[in-house]
Write a protein that binds this ligand. Structure first.
Ligand code: HEC
Ligand code: HEC
Length: 278
């Protein structure tokens, strides 16, 4: 499999401010899909000029793992997702594949998630579990569990390279506002907000870690640290614990609103699922 990083000088200049390990542009080609790793920030992200994928902030070896589907450890789990997609479960005797014949039909879904349906904010995990409980007569999967992340990675992969474009107006506006409030709210013993690290200090080092903008365009993400796929809510939980705050509930209203807000801050980036991080 071949991969390449395409350098453009404008992006190189923009990124040089971020430190040595991020001095690369901008476009990444994986298995034929072109992934934009930076973009002009959406207008509502007032304090950012550009948005950058977390991929740019990782070490070269970590980045390389994501550039080749044979090396990317997440694909072991994507394969499990394929098996789960085809497995009959529940009282109706159906598999996902009984109704969704071709998983490729989900192309285009991930860039718009989460979204509002009938006044409720709905995540990819909600869509999957609704089909399990309402259409299969099966138990819901654990929100951040291995079965869920395997299948959300498989579904997300179908949109790899597509542009993130989450709606923030209309019905979504109140959830966007709530997510924004949570993003800037100081919490925990360290009295810090998400923005203190991911907006005010991205590009700097925190202990041995190179701080990114905390974008979620690559989720679920394989982490070398725990050798499995991690959902966005699991990552939010980890960051809240690190600042000694009591994390909100995974799958709960706060994290869903935060997910919408974070996803929208990445509008313009490409879907990178499944990404690799340390
Ligand atoms: C009995 C048929 C049936 C089964 C089984 C089923 N689904 Fe669905 N699913 C539907 C229907 C009908 C919809 C709503 C119409 C649509 O968007 O296709 C839907 C919608 C979805 C959506 C949202 C699609 C979109 O574009 O909005 C996702 C994601 C999804 N299903 C995933 C799954 C997964 C994963 C499984 C297995 C765990 C599964 N479904 C099992 C029938 C089913
Ligand atoms: C004390 C600093 C700090 C705070 C505060 C913080 N984080 Fe993080 N976060 C990190 C570090 C360090 C990493 C790992 C390196 C990176 O990707 O930035 C990280 C990673 C992430 C990632 C993964 C990015 C990727 O590309 O995979 C997300 C998403 C994230 N944080 C969201 C949040 C949210 C949401 C909050 C607020 C609830 C928050 N963080 C608060 C330090 C922080």
């Amino acid at each position: 499999m071949e991969f390449k990083i395409l350098l453009t000088s404008a992006a190189f200049v923009a990124l040089s401010a971020l430190g040595a390990s991020a001095q690369e542009n901008a476009t990444l080609a994986v298995e034929g899909e072109t992934i934009l790793t930076s973009a002009t920030a959406p207008a509502f992200a007032e304090n950012l000029d550009k948005v950058y994928s977390g991929w740019l902030f990782r070490k070269l070896e970590t980045r390389a793992l994501q550039m080749d589907d044979f090396d990317n450890p997440a694909f072991v789990f994507v394969d499990q997702g394929i098996d789960l997609f085809e497995k009959v479960d529940g009282t109706e005797g159906k598999a996902c594949a009984s109704c969704h014949e071709d998983v490729e039909d989900f192309a285009g879904l991930r860039p718009s998630m989460p979204r509002v349906e009938d006044g409720t904010l709905v995540t990819m995990e909600n869509l999957v579990n609704d089909c399990r409980t309402e259409r299969m007569g099966a138990e819901p999967w654990k929100y951040t569990g291995g079965q869920m992340t395997a299948v959300t990675a498989l579904i997300g992969l179908q949109s790899r390279g597509m542009t993130v474009d989450v709606a923030v107006d209309g019905d979504a506006a109140p959830f966007f506002e709530r997510g924004k409030e949570l993003y800037y709210q100081r919490v925990g013993q360290l009295d810090m907000s998400c923005s203190n690290c991911h907006e005010d200090n991205y590009g700097t080092m925190i202990r041995a870690d190179h701080l990114s903008q905390g974008q979620i365009n690559g989720f679920p993400t394989y982490r070398l640290k725990n050798a499995k796929l991690n959902s966005a809510h699991a990552r939010f939980k980890g960051c809240m614990k690190n600042i000694r705050a009591t994390p909100f509930k995974v799958g709960g209203d706060e994290f869903k609103a935060l997910e919408l807000y974070l996803a929208s801050r990445g509008n313009g980036l490409s879907v990178e699922t499944p990404s690799v991080r340390n």
